[in-house]
Write a protein that binds this ligand. Structure first.
Ligand code: NAD
Length: 510
């Protein structure tokens, strides 16, 4: 497992290096318990609550002390019929069942509440875990940081790039500890691959591909249960929608007049743009985060996306096939597809001039390429090629648990360099959210690094690269590149001497 220092070097954030004296004074000492409040206690939060309970039972100084959810909740058993069989499932979600799981009295209104601000007001809450639908992530994280809490926020870190900037600023200003719940980042393989890449292991990085493919006849995300106990009486619909709140100049969600209470919107919110980012945010945040970490790129420079609702006509807004193309200043591209109507997967690969890296369970395979010798690979992969090298990296036993352990270590040690800090979370949001915006508006988009904002793309991108070629410029490299020109210089054929304009009728080769 790489040390926090390696990660700090990698993510390169100056803010990651220091905590202000003021923020230090308000944190628990290294032996104190980290007291956690859970904001949003649906399906995913149950895994977090179970984990924190288990860590506490095993002696880790952590304790659940408050829960918040806008739904009273339900605890029962129910039948799920799918794939020709019926399975009995336990169900415990929402406010009261989660309170009981945390050892809290559901009647204790000070610690068991529908209003997250009541949790943030509590002096005995050191950290919060935000696992609401996506539209609340940014606002709750910023409010929690301003209230002096450390934050474990589920992916995607925010719903828009503008919100991501607000979180980044609050994180830097407050010096608090934040991890984004991209659990694959607990695997050391991405940092190991990044080291390999920046030392020239595959030459100049050019391209990466990945994706998430799902196929479920019920309609993606429609398997989330609708229960008759979900009613306007048991759900604070106003607080769910978040229409009275804003972040980065945008209100969080629609007003009740625009979207009256609806169980499907409540429990299957992923199907609607109002609360999530469809396959781009829900499925692709994971590969964007870990592939950009492995490639050594952060914010994309230009993003475009395509797709559509090609099959799942069930009232959803979000596409069932979506592909994003993200281009980077470093001179490379990431292509990812999220699809929910077809299951055949795609290999997770980073390609460079001198080879490729393919991620597999327990490490990565390296395929060497030699551009000075003609084609190394067949034009079509009939069978998997044989790797030149296999680099084994032991994965964590349980990624989410490893992310929690790292988060709690960072909280106690006052280190901001968590496995998935907000600068990586923001880079992932930029790709996913700009993809959703590009798909919806039909435009390619730029991310302006200096102004930290999205704008409509134009011809300047292509013109810049064409200018670089005409000017015989040097290629850019990824951050920390230490391999000289390996894999990035050209060996032009001798006849290239004959190229060039015949100015005044004179042969350029003469
Ligand atoms: N890292 C992962 O692998 C992973 C897996 C699943 C979900 N997630 C993420 O976790 C988040 C939650 O997903 P889920 O599957 O648990 O959804 P869910 O719908 O099961 O749970 C969301 C809960 O938040 C509550 N909620 C909504 N607005 C709230 C508010 N203003 N205050 C307090 N509670 C509020 C809802 O009542 C609900 O109980 C999502 O952002 C999702 O992307 C991540």
């Amino acid at each position: 497992m790489p040390s926090p220092l390696d990660r700090r070097k990698f993510f390169g954030s100056a803010a990651a290096l220091s905590l202000s004296a003021a923020s230090y004074a308000r944190v628990p000492g290294s032996t104190d318990r980290v007291r956690v409040g859970f904001l949003g206690c649906g399906g995913r939060a149950q895994a977090h609550i179970d984990l924190v309970n288990r860590l506490a039972a095993n002696g880790t100084p952590v304790q659940p002390v408050a829960v918040c959810d806008v739904w009273d909740g339900l605890e029962d058993e129910y039948d799920v019929t799918f794939g020709g069989k019926t399975t009995r499932r336990r169900y415990a979600q929402g406010l009261h069942p989660s309170a009981r799981k945390c050892g809290l009295d559901p009647a204790d209104k000070a610690r068991v509440t529908k209003d997250y601000r009541a949790v943030l007001d509590r002096k005995d809450v050191d950290a919060v875990c935000v696992a609401t639908p996506d539209h609340w992530h940014g606002r709750m994280t910023v409010d929690a940081l301003n209230a002096g809490k450390d934050v474990y926020v589920e992916k995607p870190m925010t719903r828009t790039p503008e919100e991501a900037v607000a979180v980044l600023d609050a994180w830097r200003r407050t010096g608090r500890v934040v991890t984004v719940g991209v659990q694959s980042m607990a695997d050391a393989v991405w940092v190991r691959a990044f080291d390999f890449i920046r030392q020239g292991g595959i030459g100049h990085v050019a391209h990466a591909q990945g994706g998430v493919f799902r196929n479920d006849a019920r309609g993606q995300w429609r398997f989330y249960r609708l229960a008759k106990e979900m009613t306007p009486k048991t759900v604070d619909w106003d607080l769910f929608l978040g229409h009275r709140f804003e972040l980065a100049g945008q209100r969080l969600g629609p007003a009740p007049a625009e979207l009256p209470f609806d169980r499907a919107a409540f429990a299957q919110w992923r199907a609607l743009w109002a609360f999530g980012g469809g396959p781009f945010a829900d499925l692709l945040t994971h590969p964007v985060a870990h592939l950009s970490a492995a490639m050594g790129v952060k914010f994309p420079a230009r993003v475009t996306a395509g797709g559509g609702v090609y099959l799942e006509y069930d009232g959803r807004d979000v596409p069932d096939v979506g592909t994003v193309v993200a281009d980077y200043e470093e001179g490379c591209q990431v292509v990812l597809t999220g699809a929910t109507v077809t299951g055949y997967p795609v290999e997770e690969v980073i390609r460079g001039r001198l080879g490729a890296v393919k991620f597999v369970k327990g490490g990565f395979q390296v395929f060497r390429d030699d551009p000075t010798r003609g084609a190394t690979f067949p034009p079509r992969l009939e069978a998997p090629p044989t790797p030149s090298e296999v680099i084994a990296v032991e994965p964590p036993r349980n990624e989410t648990e490893a992310l929690w352990e790292n988060f709690l270590d960072c909280v106690r040690g006052r280190r901001q360099s968590t496995f998935c800090p907000p600068d990586l979370g923001a880079a992932a949001v930029a790709v996913a959210a700009m993809a959703a915006r590009s798909y919806r508006t039909g435009r390619a988009l730029f991310w302006d690094r200096d102004r930290r904002e999205v704008s409509a793309a134009d011809s300047s991108w292509a013109e810049r690269w064409e200018g670089r070629s005409r000017g015989r410029g040097k290629p850019n490299q990824v951050f920390g590149w230490s391999a000289g020109d390996a894999g990035s210089t050209l060996s032009p054929p001798p006849h290239q001497r004959l190229a060039g304009p015949w100015v005044g009728g004179a042969d350029p080769a003469a």
